[in-house]
Write a protein of this length. Sequence first.
Length: 93
Amino acid sequence: LGEPGGVEWHHICYDKVEAECRRARSGSPDAFDAATWREARERVAELVRAKVEGRTAPRMVLILDDNMYYRSMRKRWLHFAQQRGYAFRQVFL
């Protein structure tokens, strides 16, 4: 996404990253396995770290698109934000 008003916007979709990992492992974006799921979770974390380290605007909004149905899935990102002094918000749709 763009940089309106000096803010970088990034949308990272877990499902898209997981489909890419599945395609790389098995050639099919539909073949689920737990190892690929874990790989996708780590890949998202790498993408977020890269976005944060490479930001060019004074402010950044990262939208992590996932259901994160377990509290522990959200807690990881809460700690990530807290350790860096960032705001953390959750939107439930």
